[in-house]
Write a protein that binds this ligand. Structure first.
Ligand SMILES: [Zn+2]
Ligand SMILES: [Zn+2]
Length: 224
């Protein structure tokens, strides 16, 4: 008998349908009720940049393309709704590492689908790592990933975000450093993050990969 990782209810007994489908109830990490709270991003009308259902090229992505000269083909699994925000909070800020099991299989298969040469998770800051004890992105993946390649670097604090224009926010200083750029050269790379919000983090990381001469770079996130 297993318990739902989110609400703690007992899962066995409600898995009649799952048993009919020959799926072992042990494979279920959360109950159906909790599962229903997470909304998948549909495949229709997806933006070629961010992967959201906003038409072929949404306004944000058009802006990214003119700023950076490229478009990052992002793919996300779920909408960043209330349930997902709560999940992220419990997983990241409460540091409940068991919660990675809820999405680890789906994330791993999405990441490997396009058969990348390298999988690079967005790193967390040293201080975050020390308090949390894990990188929430790496926790969502069950295959070998490149952890020491992309690292955070100190960025001097400038004016607070709210006092900047949207354009200035998008143009913020590079928060990452790519160690051993030669490893990235000529490779097909997938960057992985937990949430796609403005896209800024991923565009910064992708820019470094492109400067290092990667063959292709795209990104995958759990939510968007
Ligand atoms: Zn539940
Ligand atoms: Zn878009």
């Amino acid at each position: 008998m297993s318990k739902c990782l989110i609400c703690g209810c007992s899962i066995s007994g409600q898995s009649t349908l799952m048993q009919l489908l020959m799926i072992s109830p042990d494979k279920k990490k959360i109950c159906d009720k909790c599962r229903q709270q997470f909304i998948k991003i549909g495949s229709e009308n997806r933006c070629q940049g961010c992967g959201r259902q906003r038409g072929q090229y949404c306004a944000d992505c058009q802006r990214w393309r003119s700023l950076t000269g490229f478009l990052l083909a992002n793919e996300s699994l779920y909408q960043y709704n209330r349930a997902m925000k709560q999940y992220m909070h419990d997983y990241k800020f409460q540091g409940d590492y068991r919660l990675r099991h809820v999405f680890v299989e789906e994330m791993s298969s999405l990441v490997t689908r396009r058969k990348p040469d390298l999988i690079i998770p967005i790193p967390v800051h040293e201080r975050t790592w020390q308090t949390r004890g894990f990188n929430q992105v790496t926790g969502l993946l069950e295959m070998e990933v490149q952890t020491g390649l992309l690292v955070t670097q100190e960025v001097k604090k400038s004016a607070p975000q709210s006092s900047k224009t949207r354009e200035q926010r998008l143009r913020t200083k590079q928060p990452f450093k790519l160690l051993q750029p030669s490893v990235v050269s000529g490779k097909r790379i997938v960057l992985v993050d937990d949430v796609y919000t403005t896209g800024r983090t991923l565009y910064h990381a992708a820019t470094l990969c492109r400067q290092a001469g990667c063959r292709q770079v795209w990104s995958v996130t759990l939510a968007s």
